[in-house]
Design a protein around this ligand. Sequence first.
Ligand code: ADP
Ligand code: MG
Length: 417
Amino acid sequence: MRFDNYRFAPEVKNNLQLLGFRKPTDIQYKSIPPIMKGEDVLAIAQTGTGKTAAFAIPIINMIHVEKSETRNDGVKCLIIAPTHELVIQINSVVLSIAKGTLVRTMAIYGGVEQDPQINQLEHGVDIVVATPGRMFDLISQGYLKINKVRILVLDEADHMLQLGFLNDIMFLVKKLPNYRQTLFFSATINEEIKELAYNIVKNAIRIQISPKDPVSKNITHSVAHIKMDDKRFFLERIINEHPESKILVFVRTKVRAERVKLAMERVGITTETIHSSKEQDIRYRVMSQFREGIIKVLIATDVSARGIDIADVDYVINYDLPDIAENYVHRVGRTGRGIKKGIAVSFCSEEERPMLEEIEAFMDKKIAIADIEKEEYVQTLVLSQDAVSDWKTLLKEDEKLENPSKQKKKIKPKKKK
Ligand code: ADP
Ligand code: MG
């Protein structure tokens, strides 16, 4: 069924058309009708399947219709998400679907001054998209009134639990009006999430999409067996072979993120990094530059990129395998979003083999192996700009060994990490 056939306000339909949303994704098709009926919903669907619009469309439509009948002030809907990047992203989706309607929305998150947020609240909003921390600050100071909230949305509930927001959520739920609609969205489901969900939803309609393969069918993913020390040469090669592509590279730690950036710099490739040590406004700027394509290669850690929707990521490279098997799914899910196609490649070193097995066990599936012929492997190292300089260094070191007196002070042998 196309969105044209839904009973949405004309403004909402028009916005969906502008966004290029012609028909609902599976999760939208199944979630929208019960949400419109006022049911509680527990929805589980892979990353990239359009969960944001699945709750945003019906909520906006309901509030718009209600406000066109009776002017009704106060915050009616709270959407909670785990990180400020997600909050900004969700809010921008809500804004674009609510354009031209009576629905007003805003984002609340920490790390920035609160006065502008207070100001906006005082002008009246219907939907607040928030991270727990700043939201509680504004509630306790009396700026954010939640006594009229009738819809609560928990987005990325699995990630919220991982980040330890359980108590915050339970605390918030106790403060909200009892009579309300609760919508619960998650990319994965486990016992802990089920327990949380059934603590806060009533007779929820449970909707689960394609649990058999946690990786969306739009993504072609494979694993390449590469030695730890050779990974940078392969990254260099992939980037050089796809100069026009948008590439998202995942590494295990922030230190490694910076190290890979330096390695790429040495061979003339510009990249940016995003991780939790970076200031929030810098992170946001880097994200939007990547989104706009000003930055082609972004190196990220798991936490910084989870749930983030960037259109048109052509390649996801798992430079390191993730520490948590489930994160594999979230990482490769950064490509092939909505109705697009994507490619993901994981670099797996000898040391990471056990992790690869864990990931495959988690997915209950083997990951296809990207066969690299021995010759091709060697070629990749030889062709690297970095290998050339290393080779020169080696020669110099050789020279030094032969003429110790002449070279002694000038050349220090490169320290191996
Ligand atoms: P999820 O929260 O499930 O990870 P998002 O809500 O971030 O996924 O949506 C992923 C992508 O799919 C976004 O780029 C969004 O614009 C696109 N999308 C969502 N719904 C539709 C639709 N009905 N038709 C086409 N694209 C869509
Ligand atoms: Mg989402």
